[in-house]
Structure formats: structure tokens, C-alpha cells
Design a protein around this ligand. Structure first.
Ligand code: FMN
Length: 181
């Protein structure tokens, strides 16, 4: 699961943790959080395009290895100005073949669920030849859900309506991964 916001006061980490814990409860999938804030990739600085896999920088090799270690991905990120966070696009653009054929889904959030970000992101996943699952989540997070500190007042109350959909994503992911080690 990729945490797609790196803002210091982000709500993304809490949302991603909630999602991981529910997936652990509702499925046999082994999920780990990959925090782009910790990975801290610079803006794409490889001289050769990713398809050639001739990586000059250690940070790219480490990112490539990390991504290759996972069989599937669930991206969790907010809508920013009708799009998705640039840090996420940067992280995707670093690699190419590593994403191929990996099943992927997403959970976006925003005042209307982040559907515009989801649409753009799905298009990019197709460009990377990922296997986009049928189900994704657009979670509505409004100002009423946030406390004065800008954090979610009650994570479970805000996200509970999406639990059944999340279970479905877990099933689709498990199905896509069946037969793999
Ligand atoms: C740069 C920026 C752009 C935003 N644009 C949108 C938007 O287009 N639609 C929306 O519903 N919320 C938008 N928001 C509000 C975010 O959904 C809200 O700040 C959320 O907490 C961001 O997720 P994060 O805290 O994990 O970074 C925007 C927030 C930021 C910081």
C-alpha cells in the first residue's frame, strides 16, 4: 500500500493504516505500508528512461527493488486541485517494467471523494500496463470530518461506509494473485 501524500500534516497515513488494518482483518493478504515521505525520491533524475532499467542512482535501484518485492498495489492518496499528488507521479515515473502486470487498485479521498484524481491516476496505471482492478474507493472526507487540527476526528466513522468495497478490493486482489508464490 503506497501512502501518496507527503505533507507533514497529512491525513493520508492514518487513512492508509486504517485500510491496512481492515484488509488484515478481512482477508489473508499480507499488506505493508510504503511511505513516499520516507522513500524521499528526488524529482526524477535518471539520465536514461526507465524502460531501459539502466539506473544510475542508488535511490532508483532501491526503489526498483522495493517495488519488485510486491505482487500488487493499493495506492492511497488525496485529490489535489482536481488531480493526484505530484510526488506519486514522480514515484511511478522512476520505474516502468517493475509496474507491468501488477494488479492495482486505489483509494482516493476529497470533499467529493477525489473522483477526478482517480480518473487521471487510472489512466496512468494503464499506461504502465498494470492490471487495474474493477473496484476502487472514492472516500468522501469533508470539513465536518476534520477537527481544528486538520486531522480526522473519527477515522472509523468516516471510513466505515467503504469497508464492504475494501473487502471487495481484497477479494479481487487475492484472485489476481492466486497461483503466485
Ligand atoms: C494542494 C491541495 C489541493 C487540494 N485540492 C483539492 C481538490 O481538488 N479537491 C478536494 O476535494 N480537496 C482538495 N484539497 C483538500 C484535501 O482533500 C485535504 O487537504 C486532505 O487533507 C489532503 O490530504 P493529505 O492531508 O493526506 O495531504 C486540496 C488540498 C491541498 C493541500
Amino acid at each position: 500500500m503506497v501512502i501518496g501524500s507527503t505533507r507533514p500534516t497529512r491525513i493520508c497515513g492514518g487513512i492508509a493504516t486504517w485500510v491496512r488494518d481492515r484488509l488484515h482483518q478481512d482477508s489473508d493478504l499480507g499488506c505493508e505500508l510504503v511511505d513516499l515521505a520516507e522513500i524521499a525520491l528526488p524529482f526524477l533524475d535518471e539520465p536514461v528512461k526507465a524502460a531501459a532499467q539502466q539506473y544510475e542512482h542508488e535511490h532508483t535501484r532501491a526503489w526498483s527493488e522495493l517495488v519488485q518485492g510486491y505482487h500488487g498495489f493499493l495506492f492511497v492518496f488525496p485529490q489535489y486541485n482536481w488531480g493526484y499528488p505530484g510526488v506519486l507521479k514522480n514515484a511511478l515515473d522512476y520505474l516502468y517494467r517493475e509496474w507491468h502486470d501488477r494488479p492495482a487498485s486505489l483509494l482516493t479521498y476529497g470533499t467529493r471523494g477525489g473522483g477526478k484524481a482517480a480518473e487521471q491516476f487510472i489512466s496512468v496505471l494503464h499506461g504502465l500496463h498494470m492490471r487495474v482492478l474493477d473496484t476502487h474507493i472514492e472516500a468522501v472526507v469533508t470539513d465536518q470530518d476534520l477537527g481544528p487540527d486538520g486531522q480526522l476526528r473519527d477515522l472509523d466513522r468516516t471510513l466505515r461506509p467503504y469497508r464492504a468495497r475494501l473487502r471487495k478490493i481484497g477479494e479481487e486482489l487475492a484472485e489476481a494473485l492466486s497461483g503466485r508464490e
